[in-house]
Design a protein around this ligand. Structure first.
Ligand SMILES: NC(=O)C1=CN([C@@H]2O[C@H](COP(=O)(O)OP(=O)(O)OC[C@H]3O[C@@H](n4cnc5c(N)ncnc54)[C@H](O)[C@@H]3O)[C@@H](O)[C@H]2O)C=CC1
Ligand SMILES: O=C(O)C1=NCCCC1
Length: 315
């Protein structure tokens, strides 16, 4: 009989997961995914079950990596909350399985993994695509993803200025009080964006919040929100002007309103750049459209599990 799964909740995931270990694993899996070698990464486009009564979706995100023996799925519920709602907008659980027997090895909190791996992938996009002398970072949005993006971007890069905008000024002020370093809060998204070298969009908006006319030529945008085919964060002008990179072509074509509705053409996956198969056009305005991938969750969960075993072995 197989052992019962270990249960690793959010505080332990937070303690065990560090960007310095996570970033190389994610970079590696992005490269493997883009080679489309099914023994390396098998990842179907995720399914979305509408939760109409509750204004949300449950997304199911399986991935199998035969060569490394990783089998997992994430279940993530995503809600369109009304302003002022105290209920969470995203809840996630990770299941890590043994591919040989099919038994469950671990059940983990998936929220910390989602916050950290999404931000780490955006940081990889910036490392590859931003101008080498980038000085100003702007974050549009002040929620969970905004905080994780602030953490990894300030850990990995030395921006001279960090700006933040929220659709309510009060949220931007609260964000500034919760982060350890200096951040300038803006009431106008346009003012926050003008002159920025790197722009991260992490809102729950379903309409554009970032417009091409504001964006400095040569800037890099990491677009993280708007994960449904009819939701937008960026306008058509920006989508068409910029060189477009995505995490997964299939995911972007199935789920990204910014890609589908603008008709913008995908230039490359981030993994193609990691593999050297497509160039990083740093001198151009670039957009990385992030949707999130099961394979990113799989390697993150595996890393947590390895760290958990190391820690358990020490007691
Ligand atoms: N690409 C990926 O892999 C992932 C994407 N996401 C997406 O990232 C976005 C942010 O996620 P979280 O930080 O977890 O959400 P959150 O609920 O913690 O924060 C959302 C932020 O958006 C702001 N906001 C809400 N409505 C807005 C509007 N109409 N205009 C401008 N701002 C608005 C809120 O004030 C808040 O600052 C969401 O769209 C979520 O679906 C989340 C996880 C992974
Ligand atoms: O990849 C994920 O995890 C998510 N992507 C889109 C929105 C919810 C979570």
């Amino acid at each position: 009989m197989s052992q019962p799964p270990v249960v690793i909740w959010a505080p332990a995931v937070k303690r065990l997961l560090h960007y310095k270990d996570l970033v190389p694993r994610l970079e590696e899996v992005l490269g493997k995914f883009s080679k489309r070698d099914s023994a390396e990464v098998l990842q179907p486009v995720r399914t979305a079950v509408p939760l109409q009564k509750h204004n949300g979706f449950m997304l199911s995100m399986p991935a199998y990596m035969e060569n490394t023996g990783i089998l997992s799925t994430k279940l993530v519920c995503l809600y369109k909350r009304n302003e002022g709602s105290t209920l969470p907008s995203t809840q996630a659980t990770m299941l890590l399985l043994d591919p040989e027997c099919g038994n469950m090895k671990a059940v983990m909190d998936g929220e910390v993994i989602t916050h950290m791996r999404t931000a780490a992938v955006s940081a990889i996009s910036a490392k590859l695509l931003m101008h080498p002398e980038a000085e100003v970072l702007t974050i549009l949005g002040t929620g969970k993803q905004a905080l994780s993006h602030y953490d990894v971007f300030t850990e990995m890069f030395a921006f001279k200025e960090v700006r933040v905008w929220s659709h309510t000024r009060q949220r931007a002020d609260v964000f500034c009080q919760h982060v350890p370093g200096p951040v300038k809060a803006f009431t106008s998204a346009e003012e926050a964006v003008r002159g920025a070298d790197v722009i991260v969009t992490v809102t729950r908006s379903t309409e554009p919040v970032l417009f091409g006319a504001w964006v400095k030529p040569g800037a890099h945008v990491s677009a993280v929100g708007a994960c449904r085919p009819d939701w937008r964060e960026l306008d058509d002008a920006l989508m068409k002007e910029a060189v477009l990179y995505v995490d997964s072509r299939e995911g972007a074509m199935a789920e990204s309103g910014d890609v589908i509705l603008s008709g913008a053409k995908v230039f490359a996956e981030l993994g193609d750049v990691v593999n050297g198969a497509k160039p990083a056009l740093r001198e151009k305005t670039t957009v990385f459209k992030s949707l999130g991938m099961g394979a990113q969750d799989a390697v993150s969960a595996q890393l947590v599990f390895e760290q958990w075993k190391t820690e358990a072995g020490q007691h």
